[in-house]
Design a protein around this ligand. Structure first.
Ligand code: BES
Ligand code: MN
Ligand code: ZN
Length: 485
């Protein structure tokens, strides 16, 4: 979708949209329209859209009023996005090619106005590339949103917000693509293409290099697949001399469970078991596109977890890059095996002060928090608070969970240093404890278990169904709040 700024509406545009605060009457509308809005009980609630018709000079126009909610709401930003999203949902497949949108008259700041546009853009994202027989009325028609009136500075402010949209869309694309299209090598290729010419520095480790480095845990997961594993680092030096903040993502491009194989029902969902890696890649893309004034690195561990004749077995002992040995009790608890080597390598290579990982790590976090919050685990209260705040600000909400020695001892192994699963209870916490054993003393670390957040079966704030893009905006906001402040 193209978003442009300029006073005149595109030719033949018969869709005109306005934004309205809750309880305020839109000014400058024909009487019949204003009365129609009252009759239709349009109140300007967030996400509410009224449509009326007027004929001006023998041309009939659709006039849309989108509700912004109350001007002083605590949820103002989310409500502004919701208004844009509601317009997109209503008109994306309406047959209209263009929308003339006025963002004036509701007392919005430039930044507010771009929130409406961000909602519009995110809600109209779709991934129809494999739908060759899409019925005419199911096809998206809305191609162009022409902002005809807006607060001063809106088009400049939109440049930064558009970077957020690009990052989120990249995340959603990676998550949506099936596992025969996105596998470790092609994930890397898509990143190489996306970051081409941006100034970001990409480093790719293949299996030979990872073997030399001793990444036995990550490679053990990948050894049952025909698809070779990869480790990818995306580095952006937009700040001063300080050591970078590092984001690490779980990139299991498909998780069958391995020899501890998963049941067939719902296994197709495991194409999005690379949602952590996609969040990191998308978050980095946003930061790079908006030239963030910060030193950041995204590291993603990419493997496919398959059960072939060379697959690792339950009971196998592998040696991680850190030197710690791991008893693989359950080959389906593979994410932590990938992350432990990625986390260790990232700490060795970049000596970060802060490291934050993102992973669709456990089904248990969905039992705990459902689809409203990601689970946050941290060894540092300040880092945790910063992530909780970034979550609130960005809409990618997190909720803190406990860690501690009593949970840690549940993953002691009788034969190795550590085992990859604990008892039945507290499954998300013991997974976090596992990762914690690979964090160096003095490094602030947080782990975001986003298994419940990357995919949605129902339409949400800024998506229809499917990939939400969760995590990319959290990363962007966290960096903006803590490093660019
Ligand atoms: N990728 C899954 C976690 C998951 C489950 C993500 C459902 C999204 C939806 C992970 O690799 C896994 O299989 N975890 C196991 C751990 C168990 C074997 C200790 C789980 O959650 O069942
Ligand atoms: Mn698994
Ligand atoms: Zn997994």
């Amino acid at each position: 979708m193209q978003i442009t700024f300029g006073a005149s509406a595109p030719e033949d545009c018969q869709l005109i949209a306005h934004v309205v605060n809750q309880g305020e009457t839109p000014v400058g509308l024909e009487g019949a329209l204003a009365e129609g809005a009252v009759v239709a009980r349009f109140k300007g609630k967030p996400g509410q859209v009224f449509e009326g018709f007027v004929t001006r000079d023998d041309v009939t126009y659709r006039i849309a009023l989108a509700g912004l909610g109350e001007a002083d709401s605590d949820d103002r930003t989310a409500n502004l996005e919701k208004a844009g999203a509601a317009l997109a949902a209503k008109y994306l497949r309406s047959g209209e090619k263009a929308m003339a949108l006025s963002l004036a008259g509701a007392g919005l700041s430039a930044d507010d106005a771009t929130s409406v546009l961000l909602g519009l853009r995110l809600r109209s994202w779709r991934h129809d590339v494999y739908r060759t027989k899409l019925a005419e009325d199911k096809k998206a028609t809305l191609e162009h949103v022409a902002v005809t009136a807006s607060p001063d500075g809106t088009s400049t402010a939109w440049v930064e917000k558009a970077a957020i949209a690009e990052g989120s869309e990249f995340t959603r694309m990676l998550v949506t693509e099936p596992a025969n299209k996105v596998y470790p090598v092609s994930f890397v290729e898509k990143c190489v293409a996306a970051f081409q010419g941006t100034g970001a520095e990409l480093t790719v480790l293949d299996e030979d290099v990872m073997k030399q480095l001793g990444m036995g845990a990550l490679l053990g997961v990948g050894q049952g697949s025909r698809q070779p594993s990869r480790l990818l680092a995306i580095r952006w030096n937009g700040g001063g001399d300080e050591s970078p903040t590092v984001f690490v993502g779980k990139g299991v491009t498909f998780d069958t469970g391995g020899i501890s194989i998963k049941p067939a029902a719902g296994m197709e969902d495991m194409k999005w078991d690379m949602g952590g890696a996609a969040a990191v890649a998308g978050g980095m893309l946003t930061l790079v596109k908006r030239q963030a004034k910060a030193n950041v690195v995204g590291v993603v561990g990419l493997v496919e977890n398959m059960p072939d004749g060379n697959a690792q077995r339950p009971g196998d002992v592998v040696t991680s890059m850190s030197g710690q040995t791991i008893e693989v009790i359950n080959t389906d608890a593979e994410g932590r095996l990938v992350l432990c080597d990625a986390l260790h390598w990232a700490q060795e290579k970049f000596a970060p002060k802060r490291i934050v990982d993102f992973a669709t790590l456990t089904g248990a976090i969905i039992i705990s928090l459902g689809h409203e919050h990601g689970g946050l685990f941290a060894n540092d209260d300040d880092l945790a608070d910063d992530l909780l705040k970034a979550g609130k600000d960005s809409g990618d909400k997190m909720w803190r969970m406990p860690i501690g020695p009593a949970y840690d001892k549940l993953i002691d192994s009788p034969i190795a240093d550590i085992k990859n699963v604990g008892p039945r209870g507290a499954g998300s916490i013991t997974a976090a404890q596992f990762l914690n054993r690979f964090i160096k003393k003095g490094t602030a670390w947080a782990h975001c278990d986003i298994a419940g957040m990357v995919w949605a079966d129902k339409p949400g704030a800024t998506w229809d169904k499917g990939a939400t893009g969760f995590g990319a905006r959290l990363i962007d906001r966290f960096v903006a709040n803590t490093l660019e402040g």
